[in-house]
Design a binder for this molecule. Sequence first.
Ligand code: PSV
Ligand code: MN
Length: 388
Amino acid sequence: MSDVSAVKAALKSQVIETPSWGYGNSGTRFKVFAQAGVPRDPYEKLADAAQVHRYTGVAPKVSLHIPWDRVEDYPALTRHARDLGLRIGTINSNVFQDDDFKLGSVTHPDPTVRRKAVDHLLECVDIMDATGSPDLKLWFSDGTNYPGQDSITGRQDRLAEALAEVYERLGDDQRMLLEYKLFEPAFYTTDVPDWGTSYAHCLKLGPKAKVVVDTGHHAPGTNIEFIVAFLLREGKLGAFDFNSRFYADDDLMAGAADPFQLFRIMHEVVAGGGLEARTGVNFMLDQCHNIEAKIPAVIRSVTNVQEATAKALLIDADALAAAQRSGDVLAANGVLMDAYNTDVRPLLAEVREEIGLDRDPFGAYLASGNQERIAADRVGGEQAGWGA
Ligand code: PSV
Ligand code: MN
């Protein structure tokens, strides 16, 4: 796209959804480091998300995770979000932190455990009804640790049965987003290990079922942009869980480990029309901030996604197509690299200024005093974190 006003319009209309759990305490299996001012409940998590939206202008949606964000009164939480200029985004189910799910949730060999897992997923759809959330995100830790532990085929049958029941319960405007992950916590087999498995189940389920690409959930060297291009072409790319991966499912800030990969992904998104609202691609972050301050880290992640998007939008599509048609490999690659090597920060600063925001969201947030305010105000009570 070479028309700067069209590039700016696309950047202004992009929505990046932030995760409630990114504002809570998190860590590794070795240690969770508590931070001052961390939210103590979902209401405070939304207040933090509102700060991110206030300074970036593109983050009005917040994903919830159930039961971490379970509240008595979902309409009240939804009103609270609205009062803060936000709306509730995706409802993330959690069938991986209950003792009953040791051998799996929806693929567990025992039908009573499967029932419990499916009931949780149905509860998540009830929460979607109560909050106006359009998307249910399913990620299953289900799998096996040892050869022979369970039937791989049997587990696929159970998975299909559970997904079908939940799919049936969805309203007309609600979608099911099925996430995959190569491994962890199961190490031998995972029941939804890759995009192909997710895609096959979604295809059978119907048009309301789509695949989620969590950028951290692949083997090293996987060409994620190919997956993105393929799914978009098939109309089955539902959402991203953006984060960075150095080694495994690190869940670090999007664009931190490999900004070039994020650019390549966004190029396929732009080329496949994925920025257009009609495709319904949801740009979510799924990350945790273990050692860095959380709100500024989410701001940084949002701007990293924006920078990758801006660079992808700046690719001269006509020049690229011409080079591709004529088989000029070096020219085609050059068109992409020219866009990638453009410093888009001044362009994004202009975009922000045009919508009445500070040119530098990160600096403006740090100067706002909010970080000190929440550290002083949020004393007592229990800080939210994994499992809260
Ligand atoms: C699993 O690793 C995952 O990516 C899923 O999206 C979970 O819901 C999320 O992380 C939060 O822990
Ligand atoms: Mn994820």
